[in-house]
Write a protein that binds this ligand. Structure first.
Ligand SMILES: Cc1cc2nc3c(=O)[nH]c(=O)nc-3n(C[C@H](O)[C@H](O)[C@H](O)COP(=O)(O)OP(=O)(O)OC[C@H]3O[C@@H](n4cnc5c(N)ncnc54)[C@H](O)[C@@H]3O)c2cc1C
Length: 506
């Protein structure tokens, strides 16, 4: 295949993965990133000696990373290292009682016995079913779904396995204890969906963890971002930071170039947008050139919830706390809280939390003798009308007071580094439509072919990678989208040794 000039907009995992794969195939690839560092949602903040991962912390399917390096004739371990975590999660009920969610089925069954021994048989049956879902739909994640017929082919399995049922409903058929139902149905939240209406085909996410484990990148997820950035430049790719693309210039059904912040146009044979799909169509391509993705359609698509995330470092260790590396604290009000959040109604007073405590695994990411955390609360996206400029501080105070009163004594006096993001960050810094944290929401009507396609339905040489396109949000999924796009652009396998690889020192 001819060497193409390819532009990638955005350096999330989807963009970096696609850029590396195409550079490894010998194409001339340039990546433009709006922010001052690579990573997108996986941006790593450096604050007072703490390295806080901005977003993804649960790393599954190392094979998806490894494959990118193998295609480039390299080894992932030479760029960054992953270490497995077990238990995967420690999940607390509203009384602070902990459930350890282990990799092993036997260990998990022992935990179930502590809460409701009567659910052990149901859990075994549930595991068998999720394995069947995995066997039937695993291949769905790296196929493009450009034709309706692709979708029709998977419908019989969706019906046979009742994979259209909401995840919670599906789990509830096998497990009776309400807390355990929550424990085994929370995974849609990791990809921006409400467990009560996200189809149970998304139990794939849990099954990915079971198959490949939950991992941590040494040095934080930022090390994985840096590793892909280095691979890309090693392969001859060019990166421009602080470079927001303001327009995709089109001519008929062709995307011909991108407008740079200085107003000039950089032309290319192929353009890949890793920016949010909705934002890309809505704000980078004037409406008169779009037939399907009109402003009205974009507005009517369903979007994921947003998030508040508070990153904080303490001057003491908290190894005596109840926390493990990944923690989930479930609120007493659960279904009602989730419907308030997903209906984008007024910001609820109460919250469920995810708490990250990476220094329990890796002390290298914080000053000696300190602890690093982030706490995350799902909140409605910006259609709720919440005035975040006025609300952020009181919301932060409520969350931190809750942690201090229930889990981290004396927290207020221990903090020596802090940063916070809210839905405005997702809209204004990450260009995410409505401030959604996970872009287009996962649902039956926004699954596979029904999602915005990896090859634009509007322009022949415009491609999409990242959370808003197929297969969806989450690191493995966006890496898969990068693979799909790269293979659509250049289906030929990499010819090892076809080119000399030389590092670029820009
Ligand atoms: C707080 C949080 C925690 C998460 N935790 C996990 C987890 O533990 N495990 C997991 O698997 N997933 C997790 N996720 C989801 C996962 O992080 C995302 O789905 C994934 O990282 C998104 O990658 P992406 O390829 O869509 O790109 P993004 O990360 O969205 O990056 C897109 C990039 O494009 C840039 N951009 C946008 N517009 C332009 C433009 N016009 N010009 C130039 N650049 C532009 C943006 O600045 C950004 O850098 C989490 C998400 C969040 C927010």
């Amino acid at each position: 295949m001819d060497r193409k000039r390819i532009i990638v907009i955005g350096s999330g995992f989807g963009g970096l993965g696609a850029a590396c794969r195409l550079a490894a195939k010998g194409h001339d690839v340039t990546l433009y990133e709006k922010r001052d560092k690579l990573g997108g949602r996986a941006y790593q903040y450096d604050i007072n000696g703490f390295k806080f991962d901005g977003g993804p912390t649960v790393m599954t399917v190392p094979d998806f990373f490894d494959e990118i390096y193998t295609e480039a004739g390299r080894k992932r371990e030479d760029y960054f290292k992953l270490t497995p975590l077990d238990p995967f999660y420690r999940i607390f009920n509203d009384e602070g009682r902990a459930f350890n969610y282990w990799h092993g089925t036997d260990e998990t069954i022992e935990e179930i016995r502590k809460f409701n021994p009567a659910d052990v048989d149901g859990y075994r049956k549930y595991v068998r079913l999720t394995e069947e879902v995995f066997r039937s739909f695993n291949g769905l994640t790296d196929r493009p779904f450009l034709q309706l017929t692709d979708m029709l082919k998977i419908m019989p399995d969706i019906i046979r396995l009742q994979a259209f049922l909401g995840t919670y409903t599906h789990v509830a058929r096998y497990i009776k204890d309400d807390f355990l139902r929550r424990v085994f149905s929370f995974h849609p939240l990791l990809v921006g969906g409400n467990p009560f209406d996200t189809p149970s085909v998304y139990t794939l996410v849990a099954q990915f963890e079971k198959q490949w484990g939950v991992h941590y990148a040494i040095g934080g997820t930022g090390a994985a971002v840096a590793g892909l950035g280095k691979l890309f430049t090693d392969l001859g790719g060019k990166i421009y930071l602080d470079s927001e693309i303001t327009e995709i210039v089109t001519n008929g059904r062709q995307a011909v170039g991108v407008r740079l912040p200085d107003g000039t146009v950089d032309t290319a044979d192929v353009i890949i947008s890793n920016g949010d799909v909705a934002h890309t169509y809505r704000y980078l391509i004037p409406e008169q050139y779009r037939r399907k993705y009109t402003n009205r359609k974009i507005d009517r698509m369903a979007y994921s919830m947003s998030l508040v995330v508070i990153y904080f470092g303490t001057k003491r260790r908290y190894l005596d706390s109840k926390f493990h590396h990944h923690n989930i604290i479930l609120n007493k009000r659960y279904k009602g809280l989730l419907s308030d959040i997903f209906a984008a109604r007024e910001l609820p007073e109460d919250f469920s939390l995810y708490l990250h405590m990476p220094t329990i695994t890796d002390e290298s990411i914080a000053p000696a003798g300190t602890e690093s955390f982030y706490v995350l609360a799902p909140v409605p996206h910006l259609d709720s009308g919440t005035d975040w400029k006025a609300t952020a501080k009181p919301y932060r105070d409520r969350v931190m007071r809750y942690l201090e009163d229930n889990y981290l004594p004396g927290l207020g006096g221990e903090i020596i580094a802090e940063h916070m993001i809210d839905p405005l960050h997702f809209r204004d810094t990450l260009n995410s439509y409505k401030g959604a944290a996970f872009s287009v929401r996962p649902s039956l009507m926004q699954l596979a072919w029904f999602r915005p396609h990896n090859r634009s339905e509007e322009f022949d040489n415009l491609y999409f990678v990242g959370a808003g396109t197929h297969p969806g949000a989450g690191v493995p999924a966006v890496l898969a989208s990068g693979k799909i796009a790269a293979e659509l652009i250049d289906p030929e396998p990499v010819r090892q040794g076809a080119r000399e690889l030389k590092p670029v020192t820009a």
